[in-house]
Design a protein around this ligand. Structure first.
Ligand SMILES: [Zn+2]
Length: 200
C-alpha cells in the first residue's frame, strides 16, 4: 500500500506553500479514529443471541471490511504527513466519512450479516450489527471529525494579526489645501506646508 509518496525532492524545489497552524488535537483524533477502525477488524461482525458460537464472525474474515483498514492507514498516514508539513489535507475527512458509510452499509447488508451455526449445517439467520461495525463507524466518525479540525487550521501568522488593521493605524486627517492624507497630530502639511490652526 503506497500512502506516502516520495516528496523529499519535490518539497525542496517546489515553492513553499503557506504553513498552517495544524492542531495536535486534529492529528490525535484522526490517529485515534484510525486505531479504532483497525481494532474493529478483530471485533464481531454480527451480533447474534441465538447462536452461542458463530462461525466466521470476525470483521477481518470478510473482505468487505478490509477497505476500512486501508482507509484507516491512508487517513493516518496522510494526516501525519500534513501535520509534519503544517499543511491542510482532505484525506481524513474523505477516508473517515467513507469508512462511516461502509460501516452503515455493512450494518444493513443481509448477506454479510448472515450468521450460521458451527454445529448445525444450514442453520443460519440474519444477525444484528456487531460491535465491529459500530467500532468501524465510530472510528470513521472520529477520523472525519479530526479531519474537519485539520481543514479549519488557520495560516500561521494570521491569528497574531501580522498585517496591522485599520484600528491600529494612527488617526489621520485630510489637508484642506492639497487634499493629501496626513497624520491628525500634524500642525504643518508635509506635502504643501499648509499650516493648521490649533483648533483643526
Ligand atoms: Zn497639504
Amino acid at each position: 500500500l503506497e500512502t506516502e509518496p516520495v516528496t523529499t525532492g519535490e518539497a525542496a524545489t517546489a515553492p513553499q506553500p503557506i504553513a498552517h497552524d495544524v492542531s495536535p488535537v486534529a492529528l490525535g483524533l484522526v490517529l485515534l479514529g484510525a486505531v479504532v477502525m483497525l481494532v474493529s477488524l478483530f471485533l464481531p461482525l454480527g451480533d447474534s443471541s441465538d447462536f452461542v458460537r458463530v462461525a466466521n464472525n470476525k470483521m477481518l474474515q470478510h473482505s468487505e471490511s478490509w477497505g476500512i483498514a486501508v482507509l484507516a492507514v491512508i487517513a493516518a498516514g496522510m494526516t501525519y504527513r500534513a501535520y509534519k508539513l503544517k499543511r491542510r489535507s482532505w484525506a481524513a475527512i474523505i477516508c473517515g466519512l467513507w469508512a462511516l458509510g461502509m460501516a452503515i452499509h455493512m450494518g444493513q447488508s443481509d448477506s454479510l450479516l448472515q450468521v450460521c451455526s458451527t454445529t448445525v449445517i444450514w442453520d443460519c439467520e440474519k444477525a444484528g450489527a456487531g460491535l465491529g461495525i459500530y467500532a468501524a463507524g465510530l472510528g470513521g466518525a472520529l477520523t472525519a471529525f479530526g479531519g474537519f479540525i485539520l481543514r479549519a487550521a488557520k495560516p500561521i501568522g494570521e491569528a497574531e494579526g501580522a498585517s496591522p488593521s485599520l484600528a491600529d493605524m494612527p488617526p489621520t486627517k485630510t489637508c484642506p489645501e492639497c487634499a493629501e492624507t496626513i497624520l491628525a497630530a500634524a500642525k504643518v502639511c508635509k506635502h504643501c506646508s499648509y499650516r493648521f490652526e490649533e483648533s483643526e
